[in-house]
Design a protein around this ligand. Structure first.
Ligand SMILES: Cc1cc2nc3c(=O)[nH]c(=O)nc-3n(C[C@H](O)[C@H](O)[C@H](O)COP(=O)(O)OP(=O)(O)OC[C@H]3O[C@@H](n4cnc5c(N)ncnc54)[C@H](O)[C@@H]3O)c2cc1C
Length: 402
């Protein structure tokens, strides 16, 4: 293999696809999961939309590429001297050029009880656990929790809080549980929501959330979580459904190899202007210390940049230096409303929501052929009802096999 890629996310998958355009390239992609995860729609899959919008099998993505070989393994070691990486299966994979794009991991900043008692929406299993909790309430006590507390006023927290109320109301109706009002709270430590965006945008988003019935508490530190409450700003909030969307840290794979990688104060890998971290080792996407890393668009950009430089290298052309401008962001808040920002340009409402739909299609078609990209894109219009839970009796039609 002339290219070995670790990570089957945005940067890893796109790098493989770009390199595979040259049939002479042999590419090995090693991922700890057989599915590509489309993170931008996880909040929506967690609140009743089809899981097909967020998970695409790697086999489907690479079906037409004979020069990409996928291995399912979790890489736990890198031996730069012998040019090998070591998997949890104890397999050793040799490389000529190594690309690492293993994404970020969740951190709880040491808040007591948070890792044990909070729910996450970063993976299929986390979403499933959250849905099972809600279903246990609906089927057992026949009532919802008193408070649903979303922690983190970044894009994920805002998107989730905006969609949660309507989802819980629909579920209550579906399970024949009376629930006149759903109490959703969004807690953020910074003085305003979406602290990386302009103040005007933060204010508009907060107003929109208020209209959706979400109680926003900014400037509030979360101190502790227990099985039945969360302490925020010194006050306990009764809740057994605390959802953690805050806090990401770099993958620990890099800190485990201080002889190979130099990390910046935030733990991201220092790379040169070709995204190279060490001889024949390149680091892309969330892992790299680049100006806007932490966004899917940046991971895709890194992949295209790297592959294009590899092509130039083969053609003996001078390599290009890394450059990236501030990417646009679109944050959906409830049904048919979003906030768009790109530099000084900001707009809100359904035009922004429409733009987000288009952006998602572009995102899918970055990893799938046009026709296939329609499938996950269309899936986000499909209501999954309650995919993880049985259908209540009152909703079963006689003779239904569901
Ligand atoms: C809930 C959520 C919502 C988001 N929404 C948006 C959004 O709307 N717009 C946006 O631009 N960005 C969004 N992001 C950020 C975006 O998803 C990331 O920036 C992007 O996924 C980074 O791509 P990546 O390839 O670096 O990492 P990932 O896409 O995270 O891919 C890493 C891959 O590596 C695999 N892996 C990890 N460790 C190992 C190992 N040791 N061995 C083998 N494989 C391994 C993982 O399973 C995964 O497949 C969101 C993130 C989250 C968590």
């Amino acid at each position: 293999m002339n290219y070995t890629i670790i990570g089957g996310g945005f940067a890893g998958v796109k790098t493989a696809l770009e390199l595979a355009k040259d049939p002479k390239n042999a590419i090995q992609l090693i991922s700890d999961t057989d599915t590509f995860q489309y993170y931008p729609t996880l909040y929506s899959s967690a609140t009743g939309r089809s899981h097909l919008e967020s998970w695409v099998p790697l086999g489907e993505i690479f079906a037409e590429h004979d020069n990409i070989h996928v291995s399912i393994d979790r890489i736990i070691g890198i031996d730069a001297e012998h040019k090998e990486v070591v998997g949890a299966t104890e397999a050793r994979y040799s490389y000529k050029t190594l690309v690492i794009a293993v994404g970020s991991v969740t951190t709880y900043f040491g808040i007591p009880g948070m890792d044990q008692y909070s729910y996450g929406i970063k993976s299929y299993d986390e979403i499933r656990r959250l849905k099972e909790r809600i279903y246990a309430d609906l089927s057992g006590q026949k009532k919802l929790d008193k408070n649903y507390v979303v922690i983190g006023g970044g894009p994920t927290g805002v998107e989730l809080a905006g969609a949660l109320g309507a989802y819980l109301e629909k579920l209550s109706e579906y399970h024949d549980v009376k629930r006149p009002h759903v109490n959703v709270r969004l807690i953020e430590a910074a003085p305003r929501l979406l602290p990386r965006s302009h103040e005007k945008l933060s204010a508009r988003v907060q107003k929109r959330l208020a209209r959706l019935g979400v109680e926003v508490q900014t400037d509030t530190m979360v101190e502790k979580a227990t099985a039945e409450s969360v302490i925020a700003g010194g006050r306990p909030i009764a809740s057994h459904t605390v959802i953690w969307t805050s806090g990401v840290a770099n993958n620990p794979l890099f800190a485990a190899h201080p002889d190979i990688f130099r990390l910046n104060p935030r733990g991201k890998v220092v790379v040169d202007n070709h995204l190279r971290a060490h001889k024949n080792i390149y680091v892309l996407g969330d892992n790299a210390d680049t100006p806007f890393s932490g966004l899917a668009q940046v991971a895709l950009h890194d992949a295209k940049f790297f592959a294009s430089n590899m092509k130039r290298k083969k053609q003996r052309k001078p390599l290009k230096s890394y450059a990236i401008s501030s990417p646009p962001t679109v944050v959906p808040v409830g049904d048919r409303w979003a906030a768009f920002e790109w530099g000084w340009l900001r707009f809100y409402g359904w035009p922004a929501a429409l733009l987000r739909r288009c952006a998602d299609f572009i995102g899918y078609s970055d990893i799938l052929p046009f026709g296939q990209a329609l499938r996950p894109w269309h899936a986000s219009t499909i209501e999954e009802r309650d995919y993880f839970t049985p259908t209540p009796k009152s909703h079963r039609k006689s003779g239904s096999k569901r």
